[in-house]
Design a protein around this ligand. Structure first.
Ligand code: PEP
Length: 262
């Protein structure tokens, strides 16, 4: 596997190309089947890792469908506690039983619509790591914050709080997704130049916190209206290692051409 290396019996993760689909509250059992059929031939040839994060009720079935293929199962959310009276929530051990290898945390919709704080997001990250699930930590600014020039400050704060206290090897298991809120689901994409600038900035912040080797081996994804037309331009930027794809991941052909953009 290109993503791992072993040193003194510890597993280290290397920077990898990754495309993750965030289906949000969309998708179906049928969509899992058609994704598997459409993507399978290309996945044998690509070096890009592909993760699909459907709604929780589809996870177990998806795990059975994609077992043995190069599609990894991801979740969109998790609770920080591992069991208890948390009606409607899902625990990391249960996700693990469903074959989940990745989980999105800190998505702007969870922050804004469900009031999730950086501290709660940080505790979810820790729980996921304890259960062998790799977090995809989403960060990104609102339009007002971008227009008032505060976007770097926002990103530093979300990143610092989301990753605080992690051991270096745990940081290597996390992927960061930069998702400017003004670009999510709006059809407005950050230009590749703007996206590259902030991705390079994020890598510098990770380097200051964890050192250059960790920063160079951390995958940083772009998310926000990424589609078959703009994917190539974004993915050829030096510090953009892939994408977190919402709307365009719901059509197998679009998702396939985004993967093919690498
Ligand atoms: C998302 O919600 O993570 C996302 C990137 O959505 P979209 O691609 O639809 O903008």
């Amino acid at each position: 596997m290109p993503y791992l290396y072993f040193f003194f019996n510890k597993i280290f993760y290397m920077r990898a190309k990754l495309i993750a689909a965030n289906w949000k509250m969309n998708g179906s059992f049928a969509l899992i089947d058609s994704m598997q059929k459409v993507l399978s031939p290309i996945l044998e040839k690509t070096t890009c890792e592909v993760v699909i994060c459907p709604p929780d009720v589809l996870l177990s079935s998806m795990n059975n469908t994609v077992k043995g293929s190069r599609i990894a199962v991801g979740a969109q959310n998790v609770h920080s506690e591992t069991s208890g009276a948390f009606t409607g929530e899902t625990s990391a051990p249960l996700l693990q039983e469903c074959g989940v290898q990745w989980c999105i945390v800190g998505h702007s919709e969870r922050r804004m619509l469900f009031g999730e704080t950086d501290e709660f997001i940080r505790s979810k990250t820790e729980t996921l790591l304890k259960h062998g699930i790799r977090p995809i930590l989403c960060i990104g600014e609102t339009l007002e914050q971008r227009e008032s020039g505060n976007h770097e400050e926002v990103v530093v704060s979300q990143l610092g709080k989301g990753l605080s206290g992690l051991a270096a090897e745990d940081q290597l298991r996390c992927v960061v997704a930069y998702e400017p809120i003004w670009a999510i689901g709006t059809g407005v994409t950050a230009t590749s130049k703007k996206a590259q600038e902030i991705h390079a900035f994020i890598r510098t912040i990770i380097s200051e916190k964890f050192g250059n080797e960790i920063a160079e081996n951390t995958s940083i994804l772009y998310g926000g209206s990424c589609n078959p037309n703009n994917a190539k331009d974004l993915f050829t930027q030096k510090d953009i290692d892939g994408g977190l794809i919402g709307g365009a991941s719901l059509k197998a052909d679009d998702f396939l051409s985004i993967i093919n953009s690498f």
